[in-house]
Design a protein around this ligand. Structure first.
Ligand code: M7G
Length: 344
């Protein structure tokens, strides 16, 4: 069924979250009596085609005058002044839109959405916590096992083995007799696929023995180095060197949403991604590789990892919420007093 048809049937239930900074809103609703999540993101401005100018051997994108009918200023159809003061003026404008050349919003749909999806998109409180190897073994590992079901990872396997999104794959490194080493890179669901400023790709590996950062051991180092080198070689070439290897932020998430090893590849200038590129969630692949030099043979399974966890995450109720007061006690950090008087 096509996206348009599904969106047409969407019956609104409630707003899950709204973020004015990244201009994203997530709505919960029903489509054919099943839960659906629609996420809408206002698109970035169009400016005239980047001019690629050779400078010191690099193709430097130059942002030049907005001449295109959809470019920033040219696209203003109506303009109303809100107020002015001295040399300052501000107003509201209506911009010319076009489905292909200047769409208004990027619209994502998850349907049927599971309770895990709904909780992930719902506004929630976040906490910093330490995951020790012991907590990992006791709480997190069993959870990861449950989350590695065929249905949860179907989209990954569809891409790797069933040709899903195949026309969008930008690079496939695949040697039949050496499948475990192979990987492919394609545009992430988070990217509009057009604006290089917000380039967001995801690399999926063919091997399925690595569920997360926790499974990385020193023996994986050469493989990871090779992956990273290939990514930094191939991706700039795929985009005609409008982006350079040193402009790619390459990282993995812990905790990820999907426990099949994958790598996020994002334009370094793209910061507006909620918590997706924050410390406490994103771990730079270079740093991960470097740490493997110092971790023992158990690699990341033997390390305490500090990260951010939301209260809607299943791990929160499976034990993490009890770890936090325990850790604060252990650190000698006093509890907040029960009654806080107003400051005089
Ligand atoms: P993650 O770290 O497991 O989750 O990354 P999170 O970043 O969502 O917390 C999985 C990545 O895969 C995310 O960047 C998703 O946007 C992306 N992704 C998820 N799905 C279901 C798809 C999909 O079907 N196709 C593509 N191309 N990307 C997806």
């Amino acid at each position: 069924i096509a996206l348009q048809e599904l969106i047409g049937k969407f019956k609104f239930v409630r707003i899950l979250d709204s973020n004015p900074q990244i201009k994203v809103i997530s709505l919960l609703g029903k489509i054919d009596a099943q839960d659906a999540i629609v996420t809408m993101e206002k698109m970035h401005f169009v400016y005239d085609t980047n001019v690629l100018k050779k400078e010191n051997g690099r193709n430097t994108p130059v942002l030049h005058n907005c001449e295109d009918e959809f470019s920033c200023l040219k696209s203003i159809q109506e303009l109303r002044e809100i107020a002015s003061n001295d040399i300052y003026y501000w107003g509201a404008g209506l911009l010319k839109q076009d489905l292909d050349r200047n769409p208004t919003a990027k619209i994502n749909l998850i349907w049927p959405a599971t309770p895990v999806h709904i909780r992930k998109y719902e506004v929630q409180d976040y906490h910093m916590l330490r995951e020790t190897p012991e907590i990992y073994e006791r709480v997190v590992k069993p959870y990861i096992e449950e989350m590695s079901s065929e249905s949860r990872l179907r989209w990954v396997n569809n891409i790797l083995y069933n040709g899903a999104e195949s026309e969008r794959v930008v690079y496939k490194d695949f040697v039949e007799e050496n499948l475990p080493k192979g990987f492919l890179v394609l545009p992430d669901m988070k990217w509009d696929g057009v604006n290089l400023d917000s380039l967001y790709l995801v690399a999926l590996v063919f091997r399925n023995d690595i569920r997360s950062l926790r499974d990385l051991r020193p023996e994986h180092k050469p493989w990871l180095v090779e992956l990273l080198t290939k990514i930094k070689t191939v991706i700039p070439a795929c985009y005609n060197y409008a982006i350079h290897p040193d402009e790619l932020r390459v990282f993995i998430h812990y905790q990820p949403s999907y426990y099949h090893f994958h790598i996020h590849i994002v334009n370094v200038k793209h910061g507006g991604l909620g918590d997706g590129i924050s410390s406490g969630k994103a771990f730079l692949l270079e740093e991960v590789i470097e740490q493997l030099n110092y971790l023992g043979k158990d690699g990341f399974a033997g390390r305490t990892i500090t990260y951010v966890l939301g209260e809607n995450h299943d791990l929160w109720n499976r034990g993490m919420k009890h770890e936090i007061p325990r850790q604060l006690r252990e650190d000698g950090i006093p509890k907040a007093p029960k009654v806080i008087n107003d400051f005089e």
